[in-house]
Ligand binder design. Structure first.
Ligand code: NAD
Length: 372
């Protein structure tokens, strides 16, 4: 298969869809990779490294390739350069990209969205949501430690004792667990809460102290969280209030698949935090777990500073790209037919689940419904 790696067009996107190691793996599997010059620059992967890994540098990859790889969805201009019947793999938030989806379908492109890869055991190695959440969770903990005007660990010295920082993590999925583990490694005392029944054990397994609230758990399909009712949200906010007030650092990572991020913390909750407290809202871009957080900015609420996440995995572009590229290489394995050509077997639930458009049609039903 002839694979094209495009240079990201969004100035704020620092990641790259394939790193040189991934190119070497694809080349070893018999594929040819065309790399747009400068594709890996912002993640510190230079053109010579790609060439050494077996890639060719080319400006016309999209025109020539059977399959195009990118982090963000291709721009309309790049889609216009693709040949009919070829494929794309990228993140593709279909519901927010309806015009692009229409264009992809109209151009006869088979498009795959990394966020739609089903989260089943067999697909774990292709799960870019998890790999990027892991990087984001780590980053949240490091930002918190950097912003907090005190030290994380307990220090008992001849000059006196410094008490450990108190961290509260709300939402203990992949990102939250990584934030807990990282804060623990830095020596903080970490408490955490999640609505899923299995979360308490997971929190404890990475050294956190699970908070048990007198509330029903909220398990949806596939072990994911369900949306809260307004009543439950209010009750949860009330019960968490003393934990938030006692925390030096609050890190929020809660999400519900396919929905806006749940509002877990009010501005009043934040106003009751101690002087110098730090709030890290990883969900700022998807609606915010914390009232008043702004993506990409640090704002002051009361005596706390509130940091809103924006493309947080992209703040560590090297490791984020490495993991993402391996996810993509694994997915491409499923999209390669017996003769090494592109082939989409829609009997496979991963292929079918991740596909947005194919053969002139929108295959992803929720997106199709939005387009009608
Ligand atoms: P996510 O990013 O969808 O959400 C983050 C966390 O927020 C979740 O743990 C969720 O329960 C929590 N949350 C939602 N509403 C909340 C609320 N009101 N208050 C507090 N917390 C709230 O989740 P994720 O990181 O993708 O992981 C969720 C689950 O899926 C975990 O059990 C994880 O182990 C599992 N998982 C499975 C696979 C796989 O099998 N391929 C991959 C990744 C994750």
């Amino acid at each position: 298969m002839l694979i094209s790696l495009v240079r990201e067009r969004a100035p704020e996107e620092t990641r790259v869809g394939l790193v040189p190691d991934a190119v070497a793996k694809l080349a070893a599997a018999g594929h040819r990779v065309l790399v747009e010059p400068g594709a890996g620059e912002r993640a510190d992967f230079g053109d010579p490294e790609y060439v050494q890994a077996g890639a060719e540098l080319a400006d016309d990859g999209p025109e020539r390739a059977d399959l195009t790889v990118s982090v963000r969805p291709l721009t309309g201009d790049t889609v216009a350069r693709l040949r009919r019947g070829t494929a794309t793999v990228s993140f593709l938030p279909a519901a927010q990209s309806l015009e692009l989806v229409r264009q992809l379908a109209g151009a006869g492109i088979t498009s795959f969205a990394l966020e739609l890869v089903p989260r089943i055991s067999r697909a774990q190695a292709m799960d870019a949501m998890s790999s990027q959440a892991l990087v984001a969770g780590y980053r949240c903990a490091i930002i918190a430690a950097d912003m907090l005007p005190r030290m994380f660990p307990l220090n008992m010295t001849a000059a006196g004792t410094l008490q450990p920082a108190q961290v509260l993590v709300l939402g203990a999925g992949v990102a939250g667990l990584q934030a807990i583990a990282t804060c623990r490694r830095l020596g903080a005392v970490v408490r955490a809460y999640d609505v899923r029944a299995a979360a308490a054990e997971e929190i404890a397994s990475v050294g956190g102290k699970p908070i048990e609230l007198d509330l029903e758990t909220l398990e949806g399909s596939g072990g994911y969280a369900r949306e809260m009712t307004a009543d439950r949200a209010r009750r949860q906010q009330e019960l968490l209030e003393p934990y938030i007030a006692a925390a030096d650092v609050l890190i929020t990572t809660a999400a519900v698949p396919g929905r806006q991020a749940p509002r877990l913390v009010t501005a009043d909750n934040v106003r009751r935090m101690k002087a110098g407290s730090v709030v890290i809202d990883l969900a700022a871009e998807t609606g915010g777990n914390v009232e008043g957080s702004v993506p990409g900015e640090t704002v002051r609420i009361g005596r706390a500073r509130v940091w809103g996440g924006r493309n947080v995995p992209g703040q560590l572009p090297g490791p984020a790209s490495r993991l993402l590229a391996q996810n993509i290489v694994n997915l491409l394995g499923l999209l390669t037919g017996p003769e090494g050509r592109f082939s989409a077997d829609f009997a496979d639930e991963i292929v079918a689940g991740a596909c947005v458009t194919h053969d002139g049609q929108v295959r992803h039903e929720p997106t199709k419904a939005l387009l009608q």
